[in-house]
Design a protein around this ligand. Structure first.
Ligand SMILES: [Zn+2]
Length: 236
């Protein structure tokens, strides 16, 4: 099965494609025999859009994932992921994905029960956070990273005599009187800073969405338990 090698450098979950079983559940993709589709759009530094999609097919034991690797790679992947169904506290059944990651160095299969599996942007397979050694970026850290990245972008923009940060940074023009070599160095530095700012912004937005989703889930759980208590009291 799909195996992985432990990486020295960690990536954040926010920068990966996430296969979310709660989303699939809401969309009806987990009904027996159902076909589903997950779709992502990413915009790169030069404004070009990269799309990725995964088709799913529900089987008796889980789901089959079908997708192309994209980015010029012709390979198509097709593999099965088991699903576990467990009763939840407020009634009903909650589905979980079983991570198919196989650690070839230790000859063990992960089998963790999770709600999300992740694929690295240039990776092949969907595995859990632990198999991919992914980390979360906290709101505070991402906020600081965004501030620092913005400051650096604006510092280099001033050197390039830009009044505002351009919408298409690759098309910056050389200021009058600036030596060509100096301009090329500054432009490269600007592109790096701008990309870092965009990355930090994406992380910040993802962290904020995660925080809000948790808040909504907690509110819904509270309302459900409150309604259940009221129903119990009315029945007494
Ligand atoms: Zn795993």
């Amino acid at each position: 099965m799909a195996s992985f090698t432990r990486r020295k450098h960690s990536t954040t979950v926010e920068s990966c494609y996430a296969l979310d079983i709660n989303y699939m559940h809401r969309e009806g993709s987990l009904q027996q025999g159902a076909h589903g589709m997950m779709y992502w759009i990413r915009t790169d530094f030069f404004g070009a859009e990269h799309t990725a999609s995964v088709s799913t097919y529900r089987t008796a034991r889980g789901i089959i994932l079908i997708y192309a690797l994209g980015d010029g790679r012709p390979q198509h992947l097709f593999y099965h992921i088991d699903i576990a169904q467990l009763p939840c506290n407020y009634g009903g059944i909650r589905p979980y994905l079983i991570c198919p990651g196989h650690d070839s160095a230790r000859a063990v299969t992960c089998n963790r029960r999770v709600t999300k599996l992740y694929k690295l942007p240039m990776g092949q397979y969907f595995f859990c956070r632990q198999c991919h050694s992914l980390t979360y970026t906290s709101c505070n850290t991402s906020g600081n990273a965004l501030k620092i990245a913005r400051r650096q972008t604006r510092r280099v923009a001033r050197k390039l005599q830009l009044r505002t940060v351009p919408s298409r940074p690759a098309l910056i023009e050389r200021p009058k009187g600036m030596h060509k070599k100096t301009f090329e160095l500054l432009k490269d530095e600007f592109l790096i800073c701008y990309q870092a700012e965009q990355d930090a912004l994406s992380v910040r937005i993802a962290a904020e969405c995660t925080r809000l989703n948790k808040l909504v889930a907690a509110s819904e759980a509270f309302i459900r338990s409150h309604l259940a208590r009221n129903a119990d009291n009315a029945g007494d």
